[in-house]
Design a protein around this ligand. Structure first.
Ligand SMILES: Nc1ncnc2c1ncn2[C@@H]1O[C@H](COP(=O)(O)OP(=O)(O)OP(=O)(O)O)[C@@H](O)[C@H]1O
Length: 251
């Protein structure tokens, strides 16, 4: 059974149809990338999946359970996590404090707040491991506002991982990163455990083809093609869509 299934999704804004009959599925542990020119509807699909927008038609199921009518927080508790292009970090808190908050929101920590100091040695250890892994340990005492944009994006991914998701949705995880940060982020994303399925919107084709096991191409709000990377790479029509559709130069 698919972990995430999107069936016949439709969405309009002020009468303008932005998504039409969008269907695709993400398998457990799969690295699934959504590509498409600017304005194709990628972020709108994400928002419908996570519950920040309600779809006009169609359904979204997780493990066969229909979540279409559920609010975002209920979907998170079913194992979804996401990052968006705009960061949503606590600017005045440090890197480590941001991560502690994210970890505290998660079971089993949530129910152990009464523990005296030194508290949550396991939480601190987990935070350290995550920050080391993502190259942010040396920045732990810095306020988020002092980080580079690329570091902030990395921290967003770390915070999303802290909720222990089964499916992680990343909206352009490498946008705004330097080439070195992009390469590092792509390699870390590739190394994420298979217990987490990934659904990623990405424009950087080097990242797309280094991460993707399955690619869904959106164009004018419709699924143009969904298949393995080799099929997408070899499809002349996909190239045409990209080069006529206002995609970014490196795409
Ligand atoms: N809240 C909204 N109200 C009205 N129109 C919207 C809204 N959100 C998105 N749109 C429109 O829907 C279309 C799809 O937008 P969306 O952000 O989903 O595209 P995208 O593929 O993610 O683009 P990009 O690659 O530029 O991020 C665009 O024409 C956009 O202007």
């Amino acid at each position: 059974m698919s972990l995430l299934s999107v069936e016949g999704l439709g969405k309009s804004f002020d009468g303008l149809r932005v998504l039409r009959d969008v269907s695709f599925a993400v398998q457990p542990g799969q690295r699934h990338v959504i590509i498409g020119p600017n304005g194709a509807g990628k972020t709108t699909v994400f928002k419908c999946i996570i519950g920040l927008l309600s779809a006009d038609s169609g359904s979204i199921t997780v493990d066969g359970r229909d979540v279409t009518g559920l609010p975002a927080h209920a979907r998170v508790s079913l194992g979804m996590a996401c990052t968006f292009q705009k960061t949503s970090l606590f600017w005045r808190l440090t890197v480590e404090e941001n991560l502690h908050l994210a970890l505290l929101a998660r079971k089993p920590y949530r129910f152990r707040l009464w523990r005296p100091l030194p508290w949550h040695a396991d939480l601190r250890r987990e935070a350290r491991e995550l920050l080391e892994e993502w190259g942010l340990w040396s920045r732990r005492d810095h306020r988020v506002g002092e980080l580079s944009y690329g570091e902030q994006r990395m921290l967003e991914i770390v915070l999303a991982l802290a909720s222990g998701p089964r499916i992680l949705l990343l909206d352009e995880p490498t946008s705004g990163m330097s080439p070195a940060e992009t390469a590092r982020a792509a390699s870390l994303i590739r190394e994420l455990p298979r217990s987490v399925a990934l659904l990623i919107i990405e424009h950087d084709m080097d990242v797309v083809f280094s991460v993707a096991e399955h690619i869904t191409v959106l164009h004018h709000g419709e699924v143009f093609l969904s298949g393995p990377p080799e099929r997408v790479r070899g499809d002349e029509r996909v190239r045409e869509i990209y080069f006529s559709g206002g995609a970014r130069p490196h795409a």
